[in-house]
Design a protein around this ligand. Structure first.
Ligand code: E4P
Length: 287
């Protein structure tokens, strides 16, 4: 059962509907799910097929992604399911919008994941105007979060998520959870139309601290949700202290939310690396 004092939405981070079923069983609730090209490449049915030496055509892989997403959507009809467009360094905004609109039509409860890059932000502004909900992915800085806020100004609350990737910052020795705290603080000066979705969660401390900070949403791998369930779904109390280990802290920057999105410096090397990894994993599925 959902703990009464839980205000953050809990999503599963997975491309496997089997894990969706199991997560609902062990938690007693689930508010949504995020997928991405890497997670789809790890889907057990896709893996079995690749083991047989049968790669997918472009059409087949999209049909497969659609089947997976439809199955998840039917399991969490009241929730949100994030579906990610294919984007490499040469994918223009126009193509992202085309893909996004197609994917948005697959299920009634989709958010379309677009990269937090120039083309992705361009696509997001257009998508929102056309009534397509978005989840801006591969965010690693406050400036990127400010650009998402600016690019989607006018959207309804709930139609825009931003996904800061904390685990990938931790992986290189920076305290990723600082970014969540800073984006939430920065957004307090805004109109709340963007919801913060803590992503790239690696362990239960990330989950607990996201709850303590009041992240709108947190997306969590199955093994971490399982540990949380085994511990009785604890919600951190006021005296909870996050252990930031020896990670280098990330400083808060007083970023003004009032600019045009293209006025922010949105470069981050992990965004570039992330695009490379997602596109490589997706292409590994193709004939
Ligand atoms: C979810 O939306 C993200 O794509 C996911 O959390 C990324 O996690 P990773 O950094 O473990 O790949």
């Amino acid at each position: 059962m959902r703990p009464q004092n839980l205000t953050t939405k809990i999503f599963l981070d997975s491309g496997d509907p089997g894990e969706t079923r199991e997560a609902i069983r062990i938690l007693g609730f689930l508010d949504g799910q995020t997928t991405n090209p890497t997670l789809i490449s790890k889907n057990p049915v896709a893996c079995q097929r690749l083991e047989r030496g049968e790669k997918f055509s472009k059409e087949e892989i999209l049909n497969f992604y659609r089947d997976v997403v439809e199955e998840i959507s039917a399991l969490i009809p009241q929730g949100s399911i994030s579906v990610e467009v294919y984007a490499d360094f040469s994918t223009p905004a126009k193509e992202m919008i085309q893909q996004g609109k197609e994917m948005f039509s697959w299920i009634p409860n989709a958010h379309i994941k677009l990269p937090t890059t120039k083309e992705g932000l361009n696509a997001a502004g257009q998508a929102i105007k056309e009534g397509v909900r978005v989840n801006m992915t591969l965010c690693f800085t406050q400036e990127q979060a400010a650009a998402v806020y600016a690019a989607t100004k006018g959207a309804r609350k709930g139609d825009v998520f931003i996904s800061p990737f904390i685990g990938r910052l931790d992986d290189r020795g920076e305290n990723g959870m600082d970014l969540i705290a800073h984006v939430l603080t920065m957004y307090q000066k805004g109109d709340s139309h963007v919801e913060v979705l803590t992503a790239s969660v690696r362990n239960i401390d990330h989950l607990l601290y996201a709850l303590k900070l009041g992240s709108d949403i947190v997306t969590v791998p199955f093994n971490v949700l399982k540990e949380w369930a085994e511990r009785g779904l604890p919600i951190p109390k006021d005296d909870y202290a996050y252990d930031s280990k020896n990670f280098k802290s990330i400083s808060f920057k007083p970023v003004d939310l009032g600019k045009q999105w293209h006025e922010y410096d949105i470069f981050h090397e992990l965004t570039e690396k992330g695009i490379e990894r997602f596109s490589t994993d997706w292409n590994s599925l193709l004939k």
